[in-house]
Each structure stands twice: as structure tokens, then as C-alpha cells.
Design a protein around this ligand. Structure first.
Ligand SMILES: Cc1cc2nc3c(=O)[nH]c(=O)nc-3n(C[C@H](O)[C@H](O)[C@H](O)COP(=O)(O)OP(=O)(O)OC[C@H]3O[C@@H](n4cnc5c(N)ncnc54)[C@H](O)[C@@H]3O)c2cc1C
Length: 304
């Protein structure tokens, strides 16, 4: 029996664990990945907006976070696969069969990048699917690239790649790009960039590596193939809430609804960080929510 079970060891989960430790709560953190830090491992640009601390990238920020929790006494299990969760009973059963019980549960499971689910997307991971324009620009220089998505992330990556690639084709479903003007203006005039609105990629094709994409355009009579050697997909994020979705009040996109204590619709179950913050997901917001949940739980346990 633990005081607190925390699901997810990104910035939110680690902040909650740090606070739980400081407040003397017996805490176990469950992380599905081998490494902690969550989305920090996908940040390849400098982090300049976290008050009081700058980092060259997410890896450096993560290192500092881990360093900070080094002397804490909470337990952390990585590569954990959750089998089932009973939030009312505060019970988590792992796929390994282990049963865990706590007084409070904190859900800090964050977001994942949305995928298209089209043929070729999974098959060409690491063989032409580009993880990040900031990280991979040198590796893909000289190749023709297709970027999928119409928001800031797609537009920003397309611009980065256009500096080193002969052609970058941006394919998006809307009539207009949703991205901020600071990205769309330079994109529209960049000699290497072609924008396909009202279009979608149906398949990614190739043998050992990506060789083409099949595109459907509103203006075209039938789908056509375009030769590319790389594809970068930025179509937004989805909250990791499938494992608890039937038990909690959520919005229509699957984000957990919480009150000002970060408490969910189930008593003594809290949700913190991006999983409960569809409007403004940030590291600062995530760590702040972790502190709030830990302090509320500690004061409840003290008064019981
Ligand atoms: C490219 C990029 C750039 C960014 N730049 C900035 C920036 O400059 N400034 C800023 O403030 N923010 C930035 N962010 C956002 C920031 O990274 C997030 O707001 C922050 O990581 C949220 O932390 P979190 O702990 O809520 O979620 P996450 O970081 O998503 O961590 C969630 C953790 O939960 C784990 N998990 C999920 N499901 C389960 C499960 N069932 N069982 C166990 N574990 C599970 C995941 O593996 C992950 O480790 C950026 C994000 C990206 C992708």
C-alpha cells in the first residue's frame, strides 16, 4: 500500500514525485518507457521560456530534472505496462500481474504525437520518416521531402527543411494553413516550398527506404504519386488517457477534466500536466500542477 501512485514520469509526474517526497508521502512512479522525461526527449530546440532555467534542448532540461530528483526517496519503475486501473478502488494491476494499491492516484501520462494510420507510416519509421526538422536537417539535406500538417509545428519544420532540401511539399487538409503568420509568410515565398491545401497523403511508398507518397488533392481527378525521400508528420497531439477513459469525466478530445486542485471527477484521483491541459501545455504548467496535486494530497492525509 502506497500513499500515492503516479502514472507517468514526464515533467509533471517527476515534479509531483519530488513534492510528495518533500512532504513525506510514500510514492511510487510508474513509467512505461525505458527513460523518464516524456516529451522532453522530443525537444531539439533551446528551452528559453522556463523561468529561472535555460537549457540548450530537452535532453539538457531532462538531465537537470533527473539530477534534482537523485536524492529523493520515491520509487520509480520504468518499462511498466499497466494492465488495468480501478480508479475508485485506487488499484492498478500491471501486465506482469503485480497489484498496486494507493490512497491517491496521480495521472501524469501526457500526450503523444497523433499518427495518420496510413500504409507505410509505421513501416518506414527510421527509414525515411523524419523525427524533427531541427534534429535531422543535416541528415536529410539534399533530399525531396513531404511535410504533412497545417499547424505551427508542420510549418516551422517545413521552413527548417527548406533551407537544406531542394523541394519541400507541405500537404494539409484545410483550405488555409492554421500556422502563425511568422511561419506562413516565409513559407509562401520560399523557392523550395510547394503547398498543397485540401489534400491528404494516402500512402507512403518505397522498398528499403521511402521513395514516394500517394497524394489525393481536391483539385485532382485521381490520386497521384510524388517522388520524395523523406516524410515528416506533424498533425497534432492526443492525450494518453485510453487506460482510464471510461472512469473519468473528459472533454470530447480525451483530455481529463480537473478542478482547481487538479482533482478529477473521482475522489482522490488527480490529473496533472498536458493530459489535463488542452489550452496551454508547458513544462512550467506541468510542474506547477504536480506541486498542487502533491500538496492537496498531503494536506488531506494529514487531516485524516
Ligand atoms: C517539440 C516540442 C517542443 C516543446 N517546447 C517547449 C518549450 O519550449 N517550453 C515548454 O514549456 N514546453 C515545451 N513543450 C511542451 C512540454 O514538453 C510539455 O508541456 C511537457 O513535457 C508536459 O509534461 P507531462 O509530464 O505532462 O507530459 P509528458 O512529457 O508527455 O510525459 C508523460 C509521461 O507519461 C508516460 N506515460 C504515458 N502513458 C503511460 C502509461 N499508461 N503508463 C505509464 N506511463 C505512461 C509517457 O511515457 C511520458 O514519459 C514542447 C513539446 C514538444 C513536443
Amino acid at each position: 500500500m502506497h500513499d500515492v501512485l503516479i502514472i507517468g514520469a514526464g515533467p509533471a509526474g517527476l515534479s509531483a514525485a519530488l513534492w510528495c517526497d518533500e512532504l513525506g508521502l510514500d510514492t511510487l512512479v510508474l513509467e512505461q518507457d525505458e527513460a523518464t522525461g516524456g516529451q522532453l526527449s522530443s525537444i531539439h530546440n533551446p528551452i528559453d521560456n522556463y523561468p529561472g532555467l535555460r537549457a540548450a534542448d530537452g535532453a539538457e532540461f531532462r538531465q537537470r530534472l533527473i539530477e534534482h530528483t537523485k536524492d529523493c526517496e520515491f520509487d520509480l519503475w520504468t518499462q511498466v505496462q499497466i494492465g488495468s486501473v480501478d480508479l475508485k478502488a485506487k488499484r492498478v494491476v500491471l501486465k506482469s500481474g503485480e497489484e498496486l494499491q494507493a490512497i491517491a492516484i496521480i495521472i501524469a501520462s501526457g500526450l503523444r504525437r497523433r499518427t495518420l494510420g496510413i500504409p507505410g507510416e509505421a513501416e518506414f519509421a527510421g527509414r525515411g520518416i523524419i523525427e524533427s526538422g531541427a534534429k535531422d536537417a543535416t541528415a536529410v539535406a539534399g533530399r525531396d521531402i513531404c511535410v504533412i500538417g497545417g499547424g505551427d509545428a508542420a510549418a516551422e519544420n517545413a521552413l527548417l527543411l527548406a533551407e537544406v532540401c531542394p523541394t519541400v511539399t507541405l500537404v494539409h487538409r484545410g483550405k488555409k494553413l492554421r500556422a502563425r503568420r511568422e511561419f506562413t509568410e516565409p513559407l509562401q515565398t520560399h523557392h523550395s516550398v510547394t503547398i498543397f491545401p485540401e489534400s491528404r497523403v494516402l500512402r507512403i511508398l518505397g522498398n528499403d527506404r521511402i521513395e514516394a507518397v500517394e497524394i489525393e488533392r481536391a483539385q485532382a481527378i485521381k490520386p497521384f504519386q510524388m517522388a520524395v525521400q523523406g516524410v515528416l508528420i506533424r498533425i497534432g497531439f492526443a492525450p494518453n488517457t485510453e487506460f482510464v477513459c471510461a472512469q473519468l469525466n473528459m472533454d470530447d478530445r480525451g483530455y481529463v477534466l480537473v478542478d482547481s486542485s487538479q482533482e478529477t471527477s473521482v475522489s482522490n484521483v488527480f490529473a496533472i500536466g498536458d493530459v489535463a491541459n488542452p489550452l496551454a501545455p508547458t513544462i512550467a504548467g506541468a510542474v506547477g500542477a504536480g506541486a498542487t496535486a502533491a500538496k492537496v494530497i498531503a494536506s488531506r492525509l494529514k487531516s485524516n
